[in-house]
Design a protein. Structure first.
Lengths: 261, 246
């Protein structure tokens, strides 16, 4: 891993002079593009690119049985797949801890903000709607959390709701929109030898000491996740929440625009 | 086969989507869609949407799979759980995808100059994002472009397509509905330079004559598919040329 060591030295060296490899400000995102409806077969879908990071989310809605402890709630199932095509470091096989963390952090934001009213997914005793949100990483270049959340939220906000009629699921024809009650987005920061950078790219993530994701809606913080070893001070956290609330206005605008609102 | 209900697949000589029996669906191919891959291609073939990416050559691992004489090819064909109009699918390999991965790998073992890279592996990933019948043929066609774009030396850029049968009529390039109700399905991959058949699978009911005619239809369609593959490979370079002409 000689090359990694060289990259790390280079990134850290630049940062001592306050410079990022691609010339961005510390709190600046790469270009974000949201494309909804890219998979017409899925009930909802969206592709999000942040720089060279490319994430696709497909939402499928089907019938299942409720959890034993919540017999009157539908199910939301969020999973992430780090496709081996997306990076030379990803391998085939069962989901890695990284993929599981990614899916769970995105899932928590969506749940905590009550984006989907699970009570409304109840059909009859022992029969509820299941909403599968699959996060497909197609090209990795850092910051999968924000790209994944944006794609998942857009896919859910643009999804169609199947009908259940005489024991059959109807997925085509004149369908109502899937109902969402809220909208969350996230900001992910990397800490690299004392500097804090928003939207780390792949090279920056390869040498970050710590990572922090803050997920929020218009009014409140809905989920947070600190990853890796590095620590953040309370003062830093406060500052990063301010940045997050500020950036999230633009994200909500982008999602609403993509969803045609 | 789905239930006993069988829709009329050909009405007044035309198929459900308006095609004639020997018509392909629309195909578009774009290279360089996965920046991290050494070579990649995205294909839209009718309603199929598929990404193919190539990594390597790199040291084959685990070590015991290494061949001291030549490179090995690893291939993974997989469908996304949201790829179909029906239920949410299961992730991970199943018996069907394992078999498709294997026959796809064998297609490319024929055309890649494996002896140039002893001890190495070349990885081919085919991810079906949306499926509408004929994904293995579309996947092979896309993977061939991804391999060529990667610069790995090859003898040829293969293509693939399938033929099926409705009543007595052979139809080219079956979509999902046709695939479900067709009386036969025969995917074929061909090396256009030599005409060698690199993949041949069949199930259903075809006479000897029909097999021959079907392969002829695929060869004919291959002229068009090969041209699209070449155009896709040239496109990025032409864009650069275009830029500097101005």
């Amino acid at each position: 891993m000689q090359i990694r060591a060289v990259t790390e030295d280079y990134i850290k060296d630049l940062l001592t002079n306050g410079i990022r490899e691609d010339g961005r400000d510390p709190a600046e995102y790469r270009k974000i593009v949201i494309k909804p409806g890219v998979i017409p077969n899925a009930e909802g879908s969206a592709q999000v690119t942040i720089g060279n990071t490319k994430v696709l989310v497909g939402v499928k809605i089907g019938i299942g049985s409720p959890m034993h402890d919540k017999p009157e709630d539908g199910n939301i199932i969020t999973s992430a797949e780090l496709l081996p095509v997306a990076s030379p470091h990803y391998e085939t096989g069962p989901p890695s801890p990284e993929a599981i963390e990614l899916a769970r952090v995105i899932d928590r934001g969506i749940r905590a903000a009550n984006m989907v009213d699970t009570k409304s997914l109840f059909i009859e005793a022992e029969k509820v709607w299941e909403v599968y949100t699959d996060i497909y990483v197609i090209n990795y270049d850092g910051n999968l959390f924000d790209a994944g959340t944006l794609a998942a939220v857009t896919a859910l906000s643009t999804a169609r709701m199947p009908k259940y009629e005489s024991e059959k699921v109807i997925r085509e024809g004149n369908l109502e929109k899937f109902k969402v009650n809220n909208l969350v987005t996230s900001c992910t920061f990397a800490k690299i030898s004392g500097s804090i950078l928003l939207d780390p790219d792949g090279n920056e993530e390869s040498c970050m000491d710590g990572r922090l994701t803050i997920t929020n809606d218009q009014n409140a913080v809905r989920a947070m996740q600190k990853g890796l070893l590095g620590a953040f001070s309370a003062k830093e956290l406060e500052n990063l929440m301010d940045i997050t609330f500020d950036k999230s206005k633009e994200f909500r605008r982008l999602v609403n625009e993509a969803a045609g609102k | 086969m789905v239930g006993s209900y069988k829709p009329e697949l050909i009405v007044n000589g035309k198929r459900l989507d308006g095609r004639m029996p020997a018509d392909l669906r629309n195909i578009t191919i774009e290279v360089g869609v996965v920046k991290n891959a050494v070579g990649s291609a995205y294909i839209e073939w009718g309603n199929n949407k598929i990404i193919a990416g190539v990594y390597g050559p790199k040291e084959a691992l685990p070590k015991h799979v290494q061949d001291p004489e030549r490179a090995i090819i690893k291939c993974r064909y997989a469908m996304s759980p949201f790829s179909s109009l029906e239920e949410h699918g299961r992730t991970g390999p199943n018996r069907r995808s394992v078999e498709i991965s294997k026959v796809t790998k064998e297609v490319f073992e024929n055309v890649v100059l494996l002896d140039r890279f002893p001890g190495a592996e070349i990885d081919i990933f085919i991810d079906v994002l949306q499926a509408d019948g004929g994904t293995r043929a579309a996947g092979i066609t896309a993977a061939a472009v991804a391999l060529a774009a990667s610069g790995i030396p090859m003898k040829d850029v293969p293509f693939a397509a399938s033929v099926g049968k409705v009543g007595d009529t052979l139809i080219l390039d079956l979509n999902k509905v046709e695939d479900n109700y067709s009386d036969a399905d025969m995917p074929v991959a061909i090396s256009p330079r030599t005409g060698d058949i690199l993949l041949l699978q069949m199930d259903g009911n075809l006479t000897k004559e029909e097999v021959k005619t079907g392969i002829g239809m695929i060869q004919k369609a291959g002229e068009h598919i090969s041209r699209l593959q070449r155009e896709a490979l040239k496109a990025p370079y032409e864009r650069i040329l275009e830029k500097y002409k101005k």
